[in-house]
Unconditional design. Structure first.
Length: 148
């Protein structure tokens, strides 16, 4: 597994240490500096930085209102699952990165047995991007992202 952010241990190493410990309080005290629940704005900003994309450019490219986009990135608003998926496609995230983004945002992850989720999963896996995904969803008779 990859090391995440500035953490000195990979998540896999961290999990192995956690499940093999006999004393959680000792584990907790030893690892307190490594325990951190990443917020949605932190993760989105990290992804934008990693991808070399400015947040306002991303928001504009995926048809999210500028003010609402600002509120997502500042943590003032909790976006719906569709908005998170729009951002993921705009950032050209992998399926794994998208699943993590969905989890951090408090939304359910993509479940490939659900037809719409399967289509979005397919588009993410094949790096189709936001506009191409919207077009494919429409062509396949599946509700595009953000449609009511």
């Amino acid at each position: 597994m990859k090391k995440e952010g500035n953490h000195s241990k990979s998540t896999g190493e961290f999990i192995m240490e956690l499940i093999s410990t006999l004393d959680f309080e000792m584990f907790y005290a030893k690892n307190l500096g490594h325990l951190h629940a990443l917020t949605l704005p932190e993760y989105l900003n990290e992804l934008c930085e990693r991808k070399g994309v400015l947040s306002h450019e991303l928001v504009n490219s995926v048809d999210i209102d500028r003010v609402f986009g600002y509120k997502i990135f500042s943590g003032e608003r909790r976006p719906s699952r569709d908005y998170i998926l729009k951002l993921a496609l705009g950032l050209e995230l992998t399926v794994e990165e998208t699943q993590r983004l969905l989890a951090i945002s408090g939304n359910s992850q993509l479940y490939p047995r659900v037809p719409r989720d399967a289509a979005i999963f397919y588009c993410l896996y094949h790096n189709l991007g936001y506009r191409d995904t919207q077009e494919k969803l429409y062509d396949w008779g599946i509700k595009p992202l953000g449609d009511k």
